[in-house]
Design a protein around this ligand. Structure first.
Ligand code: ASP
Ligand code: MG
Length: 435
């Protein structure tokens, strides 16, 4: 008997029919003797609909009220799901994030989990009751309802799994797991059988929309094995877990997923793409110690999360440098304003802003030991006639900025250059928006 935390995304509970299918799955697992804690997202596009509604009433709604509103979405799905399960003869009770002991800081709209005290959930498990927990929400130390940022239900699930020492955290979505690229762009993308937490972190941080970034961070920190799979099929999905030798995984991760490791591990695990970033280029900065420090402390002060940074050395003797960096498009305007105000202090000449860039990231732990990966990547792009704007790398990732319109073609070209195309089956997308 295992303790399983299951998380169902919005498309898995989009309507009564979908919810019944989920309820049946939960009842089956319960009847097989497992203890279950279930985390749910809001039904279908509820969160977006609530956002739209709010904007019709106030273009800049108070963040506190926004979190009150958005947290309601998950309360609807948790209570309905509990009703459905009870009707199938299995005891289930729903809990809000606060009731489930999800403690957060006070950042409305993007609260961080600061502690977990899931006493009521633990009691439910003890009493043989299926606990249904509203994802994406928590409570701050001053008793305010907070939300964890879009897609935050994953984080609720992994944090609960860590706190309860669950055997596995299953993330149910509308695709069969993680793919070597987005199957919506590359129909021949293959399901990844097993992938390390580290690689998943790189993919999630660079646009792969399958998992909330903080959920992966939690999974890595507390070593929670994740199984990302479809609620629309019974197929095995993707196991996200580190070393196969991990004793807790024995008997949980199917042998096939572990054996794959023993065969030759692929150099490249997958390709992520991101269309949500923008680029700022600053021309004619003073080339002296402290300029970059000042620049990026201003950017950090604007609460912008930057990713790539590229500096060009000044041309002979001019004493001026250019710096380009990427950041989320939503932070673009605010950051530009802060920098413009500091133009005199920073002493730059011009500043350019480009939205609509595309970023492709190639991720694979095998890059560490295999030279030539970047050459192959650049060659694939050049053969497809795609120009590279910026490049950045980590130990296990290479990212390139390309033109927005060329991003899909770039992903396809790189996918086949690294022999990631599947020859037999096409990836199935069951519906919904990927969450
Ligand atoms: N309902 C929230 C959203 O759509 C949280 C989630 O789905 O995980 O972002
Ligand atoms: Mg959602």
């Amino acid at each position: 008997m295992a303790l399983i935390v299951q998380k169902y995304g919005g498309s898995s509970v989009a309507d009564a029919r979908a919810m019944l299918r989920v309820a049946e799955r939960i009842v089956d697992a319960r009847k097989a003797g497992h203890n279950l804690v279930v985390v749910v997202s809001a039904m279908g596009d509820t969160t977006d609909d609530l956002l739209d509604l709010a904007s019709q009433l106030n273009p800049h709604p108070p963040m506190r009220e926004m979190d009150m509103l958005l947290s309601a979405g998950e309360r609807v799905s948790m209570s309905l799901l509990a009703m459905a399960i009870n009707n199938m003869g299995v005891k289930a009770m729903s809990y809000t994030g606060a009731q489930a002991g999800v403690l957060t800081d006070k950042h409305f709209g993007k609260a961080q989990v600061t502690g977990m005290v899931p006493e009521r959930v633990a009691r439910a498990i003890h009493d043989g009751v299926v606990a249904i927990v509203a994802g994406f929400q928590g409570v701050s130390s001053d008793d305010e309802v907070t939300t964890l940022g879009r897609g935050g239900s994953d984080t609720t699930a992994v944090a609960l799994a860590a706190a309860l020492h669950a055997d596995v955290c299953e993330i149910y979505t509308d695709v069969d797991g993680l793919f070597t690229a987005d199957p919506r762009i590359v129909p021949t993308a293959q399901r990844i059988c097993r992938i390390s937490q580290e690689e998943t972190l790189e993919l999630a941080a660079h646009g792969a929309k399958i998992l909330h970034l903080r959920a992966v961070e939690f999974a890595r920190r507390y070593n929670v094995p994740l199984h990302v799979r479809s609620s629309f099929s019974k197929l095995d999905g993707t196991w996200i877990a580190n070393e196969p030798a991990h004793p807790e995984l024995e008997g949980i991760v199917p042998d096939a997923a572990l054996e794959e490791e023993a065969v030759e591990a692929p150099i490249i695990s997958g390709i992520a793409h991101d269309r949500s970033q923008a680029k700022i280029t600053i021309i004619g900065l003073d080339d002296k110690p402290g300029t970059a420090a000042r620049l990026f402390s201003l950017v950090a002060g604007a609460d912008a999360n930057i990713d790539m940074i590229v500096q060009n050395l000044p041309t002979s003797g001019s004493g001026r440098a250019n710096i380009s960096f990427t950041l989320p498009e939503v932070d673009g305007e605010r950051t530009m304003r802060v920098l413009r105000d500091a133009q005199a202090e920073l002493g730059f000449k011009e500043m350019h802003y480009s939205e609509g860039i595309g970023i492709l990231s190639l991720v694979g732990a095998g890059m560490r030991t295999n030279p030539g990966v970047s050459a192959k990547l650049f060659d694939a792009l050049s053969q497809a006639g795609i120009n590279i704007d910026l490049i950045s790398t980590s130990e296990i990732r290479i990212s390139v900025v390309v033109k927005y319109e060329q991003l899909d073609a770039a992903v396809r070209a790189v996918h086949s250059a690294f022999d990631l195309d599947s020859t037999d089956s096409e990836a199935v997308v069951y519906g919904g928006s990927g969450r």
